[in-house]
Design a protein around this ligand. Structure first.
Ligand code: IPE
Ligand code: IPE
Ligand code: MG
Length: 261
């Protein structure tokens, strides 16, 4: 992906003490970074605020992260915004989140145009409130001819539901005679997932210190490197992204093979 080196240097000037842009190799960045954006509620509670304020602050962190990813020249950024299990939250919080998704997308569309970002969604959008769904489809439509970074927003996403859906699609094709059961291979499954066509993430970041996947991309993360930070999502910034990439670049990825034998 194209990158403006001068703009990137400028973006990463005034470093904190522990890291600078020179600590990462910008020619070997992960092409697809995925993030479980967690800790909005705890961030707010620690400040004596309502959880909703944490979600609002989380939007600012996400905006910076999209810009950071574009500046770095990543091919794809995906983020987990709402899981199939998050419907269990109080109705008031669910409503706030759905409202926030719609208003944020409307507000940020000019950024996507300016940065040539292509939007996509992971998850079942049909269950979303109509206004949110309409805005999402509008975003898809308006960015469909963009050729820059792909930004994938996982909303009403659950990995198990995604795999069940893929199995059902395959079964329907087999029963209609369009597909033979013998032709079902990994590529056939992959192409029926919400992530069809997206390369698997090379780096997964989870904020707020939780050591679990919470039903996120179980298939796609098979060989992904994980980086867990104690930072709460609203505090995630361009520097924490660099720390995650620095950790990623220190890993020895073997993919089941042997290195340096
Ligand atoms: C992540 O923050 C945002 C969503 C799941 C929508 P949380 O709301 O899960 O925050 P914590 O984990 O309760 O602190
Ligand atoms: C995972 O966070 C889902 C999102 C970040 C959207 P949760 O806060 O829902 O996960 P659990 O409940 O701690 O596993
Ligand atoms: Mg959480």
């Amino acid at each position: 992906m194209n990158r403006d080196e001068a703009l990137l240097r400028e973006y990463y000037s005034s470093s904190p003490a522990d890291i600078t842009l020179d600590d990462v190799d910008v020619n070997h960045l992960p092409s697809h970074v995925s993030i479980i954006m967690d800790g909005n509620g705890r961030w707010a509670q620690a400040r004596g605020l309502d959880r909703s304020k944490g979600h609002v602050a989380g939007v600012d962190a996400l905006r910076e992260t999209v810009t950071t990813s574009v500046r770095l020249g990543l091919d794809a950024l995906s983020v987990y915004a709402f899981s199939t299990e998050n419907w269990r939250r109080p109705q008031r919080e669910v409503d706030l989140l759905m409202h926030l998704f719609a208003t944020t997308l409307v507000k940020e569309l000019p950024l996507f145009h300016q940065e040539n970002v292509k939007l996509r969604f992971l998850g079942d959008l049909e269950a979303l409130p109509k206004r949110t769904r309409d805005v999402f489809y509008q975003g898809l439509d308006e960015t469909s001819d963009h050729t820059g970074m792909t930004f994938a927003l996982a909303v009403n996403y659950g990995s198990r539901a995604e795999m069940v859906r893929a199995a059902r699609l395959l079964a329907q094709e087999v029963s209609s005679g369009a597909l033979s059961a013998d032709d079902i291979d990994e590529a056939a499954v992959e192409s029926r997932l919400y992530t069809a066509g997206l390369p698997d993430p090379e780096l997964l970041i989870r904020t707020s210190g939780e050591l679990r996947l919470s039903n996120y991309l179980l298939w796609q993360l098979a060989y992904t490197e994980f980086y867990v930070t104690d930072i709460m999502w609203p505090d995630f910034d361009r520097w924490e992204m660099l720390r995650a990439i620095r950790a990623f670049q220190s890993r020895n990825r073997r993919f089941g093979g042997v290195v340096n034998q």
